[in-house]
Write a protein that binds this ligand. Structure first.
Ligand code: 5GP
Length: 269
């Protein structure tokens, strides 16, 4: 097997995700009931060791082979989209001024349970960068734009008006290196559809503004983040989505940070 598979086996040898199975089945802690009563494919519950006033997890009700994000295949895009959508909707509801979605993968990413889970963190001003060792932390807040569907810097990268260090591109997404890297590997992956296309278009300024029709795109972004994360950070990585001022969002064109290439720390907020 490849190195990363050996690693994953090591991490999850004693952990088949049964911790979460017990929560889903209600065998453990009835207080940790499902926060999401809408979607049977998704289960959301408060983290037992919260690292922010709002800290809940969103997981697939049926693991279906998804111990880690890197394992996601195209057949998982649908459930990944549901997870991201629920994280955005619940995040906005429980932390209206902003929140952060974090997916840890593998050893370097500090993943500790072998059942894919999205952390949603909020309820206070979060800090940046998200759990990178030896980095100076800031809680500087970028102003929220008046027109969330207006022009952003990423339009220039998509147009080719400004150069970017491209990592991957297909008809739906673009992945490039962050101009201000916070770790050895720091890439961004964005939908090609621009928010400036207007509310009727496919642009998504921030996760909470994703609509039902965007679920497949959200799933594709997470799937590609897992694939690119595995390729560039075989020992693990972290995927981060910032939403709103408290989540430290600075560019209002939906983007997923892929951070790794070194052992990351925890918490990530
Ligand atoms: P946010 O805080 O909105 O989640 O992250 C926006 C990210 O975009 C930041 O990490 C920032 O460094 C990055 N960024 C902003 N402008 C550019 C640019 O022109 N080129 C590239 N490659 N990255 C950018």
């Amino acid at each position: 097997p490849h190195n990363e598979e050996a690693n994953a086996q090591e991490i999850f040898a004693a952990n088949d995700g049964s911790i979460f199975d017990n929560i889903i089945s209600g065998k453990w802690d009835s207080k940790r009931k499902n926060l999401d009563d809408v979607n049977p494919d998704v289960f959301a519950f408060h983290d037992i060791n919260p690292t922010a006033p709002v800290h809940f997890l969103v997981i697939p009700t049926h693991k279906n082979g998804l111990s880690m994000l890197r394992q996601a295949k195209e057949e998982h895009i649908k459930v990944l989209g549901e997870l991201a959508y629920t994280a955005g909707q619940k995040g906005a509801q429980l932390s209206p001024d902003g929140f952060r979605v974090v997916v840890n993968d593998g050893k370097d990413g500090c993943q500790s349970v072998g059942h894919l889970h999205l952390h949603v963190l909020g309820g206070r001003q979060l800090i940046w960068p998200p759990g990178v060792k030896g980095k100076e932390l800031t809680s500087e807040v970028a102003e929220e734009p008046k027109d969330k569907y207006g022009f952003t810097i990423f339009n220039n990268l998509l147009d080719g008006t400004w150069p970017c260090d491209k990592v991957y591109e297909d008809e739906k997404v673009l992945c490039f290196k962050d101009i201000s890297p916070q770790a050895k590997v720091h890439m961004l992956i964005i939908p090609k559809a621009k928010p400036i296309d207007g509310k009727e278009g496919f642009g998504i300024p921030q996760l909470r503004l994703a609509q039902d029709k965007h679920k497949e795109l959200l799933g594709t972004l997470l799937y590609q983040a897992g694939r690119l994360g595995k390729e560039h950070c075989p020992n693990g990585f972290r995927v981060v989505i910032n939403d709103g001022p408290q989540g430290c969002q600075s560019v209002y064109h939906l983007h997923l940070h892929i951070i790794g290439g070194e052992p990351l720390g925890w918490p990530a907020a």
